[in-house]
Design a protein around this ligand. Structure first.
Ligand code: S3P
Length: 159
């Protein structure tokens, strides 16, 4: 399993689709699996039940997806906050799409779909998550100023 991790706006979905196409594998976005399972959107889950309830569902979904059929998998930007999730990822190829805070902010400007973007301390969250991503990743790829195709090719070259 190739698992893409990284901050919101890193390009996990775009790069993940390209990688899956090239590898002839399905692409799975865990946020979409969560929405399917819950029959409501991610922001609706956050609004109705709060972040921790969302993280509980996310943890269960990530564990199920990585235990399933071979795929390229994109995780939500906060999924690696749970130790249990970091543990299940150890058996897989984890790729960190390493986006700067400035670029992530620019790429998510005007977004109303991601509740975490509107919390205070976003720069600190980016910095602390980046440490975790670098720690668990088998491969880290810089994304700033680069096309998704270029990033996907670098991943394919290095995994
Ligand atoms: C989140 C990122 C989102 C989604 C949810 C929470 C986060 O996924 O899981 O809004 O905590 O960073 P993307 O990273 O795909 O935007």
């Amino acid at each position: 399993m190739i698992v893409l991790v990284g901050f919101m706006g890193a390009g996990k979905t775009t790069v993940g689709r390209l990688l899956a196409d090239r590898l002839g594998l399905p692409f799975v976005d865990t946020d979409l699996v969560i929405e399917d399972r819950e029959r409501r959107t991610v922001p609706d889950i956050f609004a109705a039940d709060g972040e921790q309830a969302f993280r509980d569902v996310e943890q269960a979904v990530v564990a199920d997806v990585v235990a399933g059929p071979e795929a390229v998998v994109s995780l939500g930007g906060g999924a690696c906050g749970r130790a249990a999730t970091r543990e299940v990822l150890r058996a897989h190829t984890v790729v960190h799409l390493d986006v700067s805070f400035e670029q992530a902010k620019a790429r998510t400007a005007g977004d109303t779909y991601r509740p975490m973007l509107h919390r205070p301390g976003l720069a600190e969250l980016h910095a602390s998550r980046r440490v975790v991503f670098e720690d668990i990743a088998d491969l880290s790829v810089r994304t700033d100023g680069r096309r998704a195709e270029t990033i996907a090719l670098e991943v394919l070259d290095r995994v």
